[in-house]
Design a protein around this ligand. Structure first.
Ligand code: FO1
Ligand code: 5AD
Ligand code: SF4
Length: 319
């Protein structure tokens, strides 16, 4: 049977995650990534350079800068912002394409990081404020209005943006719909949301609290709802390392998911769930008629909006 090859492409970004610091003043109950403030030495530029140089020629092109958060009022906040910027600048200078997710930023911090990132991101998680009484009880960064404000500012700044939902943290199906609608409204205003991650919470071995959990069998239906609510131009992403069952992954693709996110040596957020190898994913997808292809951390429709400098870095990286 001849399939329309264009519609059967699934994208992913060969990525490596650099962590400026694991310290975070928030304590999301489901987080296996965070360390207490002061307990995680910041990544030195010399160490980052050593790591990045080992990645040259390996096919990795995205550098995900994923960070714990220094409190906005902390006297270390400026140094933290500087370190984020310098790590992005270093990655660019070595031929990589940075994508930063460092939690909520001030407008100025975001504007500055825009100059050294081809795209950025932040999960909305959920817009249900009652999660503040449970998993987000000690996480001021997770107040829904704070997260949505970030998406607005990213739109105003014309930053190609990745966001998403975290499922299984106590939300109702209605909350999921409301979160998707909120993201859709902001995209309608600014047109900058390149992709929405539909992320199932999975328990790890380092988290501080519990979360209700999510039945992975429900994931395709949430993907289908997201496809229904969000404009076609907004790609849907699911994390293959958190979906061990090939049947569920394939059902998510049938439901409209077209992207598998950044795939690389380690999932720093969920270290208990290593990313699958591309060969294994190909073995799962191809018999079902899907072709797995590489993409850059910025989706093609946003290339023209890049600064000339970032555009040249994108071209030099082979996109
Ligand atoms: O390996 C991971 N990559 C994660 N990424 C990386 C993401 O898949 C890629 O950086 C983007 O698709 C851009 O290529 C995130 C990026 C964001 O902007 C926001 C949230 C995430 C979450 C994860 C994650 O849990 N694990
Ligand atoms: C980087 C993103 O990873 C998600 N995240 C944080 N902890 C977990 C977990 N245990 N399982 C799945 N996703 C998680 C959050 O949505 C965060 O914003
Ligand atoms: S999920 Fe992000 S904000 Fe929450 S504790 Fe972990 S690192 Fe901090």
């Amino acid at each position: 049977m001849l399939t329309d090859s264009a519609s059967r492409l699934i994208t992913y970004s060969p990525a490596y995650t650099l962590v400026p610091t694991y310290e975070c003043f928030n304590r999301c109950g489901y987080c296996n990534f965070r360390k207490d403030p002061g307990k995680s030495p910041w990544l030195e530029l010399s160490e980052a350079e050593r790591i990045l140089k080992t990645l040259i020629g390996t096919g990795i092109r995205e550098i995900l800068i994923l960070s714990g958060e220094v409190h906005p009022n902390s006297e270390k906040r400026t140094d933290w912002g500087d370190r984020l910027y310098e790590l992005c600048e270093l990655a660019l200078s070595l031929g990589f394409l940075p994508h930063t997710n460092a939690g909520p930023l001030s407008f100025q911090e975001m504007a500055r990081l825009k100059t050294v990132n081809v795209s950025m991101g932040l999960m909305v998680e959920q817009v249900n404020p009652t999660l503040w009484e449970t998993v987000h009880r000690h996480a001021p960064s997770k107040v829904p209005s704070v997260r949505l404000q970030q998406l607005e500012w990213a739109g105003e700044l014309r930053i190609p943006f990745t966001t998403g939902l975290l499922l299984g943290i106590g939300e109702t199906p209605g909350d999921r719909q409301a979160t998707l609608e909120a993201i859709g409204q902001i995209h309608h205003r600014w047109g900058h949301i390149q992709e929405v991650i539909i992320q199932p919470y999975r328990p790890g071995t380092h988290q501080s609290g519990e979360a209700p959990g999510f039945d992975l069998g429900e994931l395709p239906a949430v993907v289908a709802m997201a496809r229904e609510i969000l404009p076609e131009a907004v790609a849907l992403q699911v994390p293959p390392n958190l979906i061990e069952e090939p049947e569920i992954l394939l059902a998510c693709l049938e439901a409209g998911c077209r992207d598998l996110g950044g795939i690389g040596p380690t999932d720093e957020v969920n270290p208990d769930y290593p990313h699958p190898q591309i060969e294994r994913l190909t073995r799962i997808l191809e018999p079902a008629g899907w072709e797995l292809v590489e993409r850059s951390p910025i989706y093609p429709q946003y290339y023209d909006g890049l600064s000339p400098r970032l555009r040249s870095h994108l071209l030099n990286a082979g996109y």
